[in-house]
Design a protein around this ligand. Structure first.
Ligand code: CTP
Ligand code: MG
Length: 229
């Protein structure tokens, strides 16, 4: 069985709004419902789990009551914790999990398909794009220490997809080492010494982080709505 996990228990502090970004409207519905509908439309999943902050659980359950195969569970203080709580709530027969940020509403069927195909071969997959800008290494944020070869560095997006037993092991070993606040599931698997396969992401699959990103998402949504009509 293949499970989709949408992480949506964050507070969206960089957006500087009291309403977390996943609940802001994009057209006629909140951001996270767009993301959920992309997953459901792909027909690749046997179920989708929404990992939410406790005070939004009731709202999410009522907004998703009419979608089949969708469940909402409580998340944690850090993304890593939310991700682990999602894993713990997975059905016993789960073979693969695709973990996605609910605030990347433009994930395409192509990206989802690429992840599912690749995970069957390699057990661990990340979605990445090339950086159009030069990447500079500036540990202090003030002075450049080095400028690595751009072609060797990619930008990591989500989804990230894993064999269920591998990602559970990665989380449990990280916890045993006292690691609790990684913002990325792949990094836990890298720590195990496991190779992660890269599949192509897309620029449109950006993460809504700031108010500017939300505006961009609204424009893109309007544009793609117009294109369909
Ligand atoms: N996330 C989560 N649980 C947390 C923190 C984050 O499920 N405790 C989710 C977010 O809801 C989001 C995804 O992880 O869908 C990516 O995280 P990020 O963009 O950092 O979202 P926030 O943590 O909400 O934003 P910020 O860091 O600006 O507060
Ligand atoms: Mg965050």
């Amino acid at each position: 069985m293949i499970l989709g996990i949408l992480l949506m228990a964050g507070k969206g502090e960089r957006l500087e709004s009291t309403l977390p970004k996943q609940y802001h409207l994009l057209g006629d519905k909140p951001v996270y419902l767009h993301t959920l509908e992309r997953l459901l439309a792909s027909q690749l999943f046997d179920g989708v789990l929404l990992v939410c902050e406790k005070s939004y659980l009731e709202r999410v359950r009522s907004e998703t009551a009419s979608y089949g195969g969708v469940r909402a569970v409580e998340g944690g203080e850090t993304r890593q914790e939310s991700s682990y709580l999602g894993l713990l709530a997975a059905p016993q027969e789960t073979a693969y999990v695709l973990i996605h940020d609910a605030v990347r509403p433009f994930v395409s069927t192509q990206i989802l398909c690429n992840n599912i195909c690749a995970v069957r071969e390699s057990g661990a997959v990340d979605t990445c794009i090339c950086s159009p800008d030069t990447i500079v290494h500036a540990p202090s944020g003030r002075h450049i220490q080095s400028i690595p070869k751009r072609s060797e560095y990619l930008l990591g997006q989500t989804p990230q997809t894993f064999s269920y037993t591998l990602i559970c092991k990665a989380h449990e070993e990280a916890q045993a080492r006292g690691v609790t606040d990684r913002s990325d599931d792949c990094s836990l698997v890298v720590d195990l010494g496991y190779k992660i396969q890269v599949v192509d992401g897309e620029k449109e699959n950006f993460k809504i982080t700031t108010a500017y990103d939300l505006e961009m998402a609204r424009l893109l949504q309007l544009h793609s709505g117009a294109a369909k009509n």
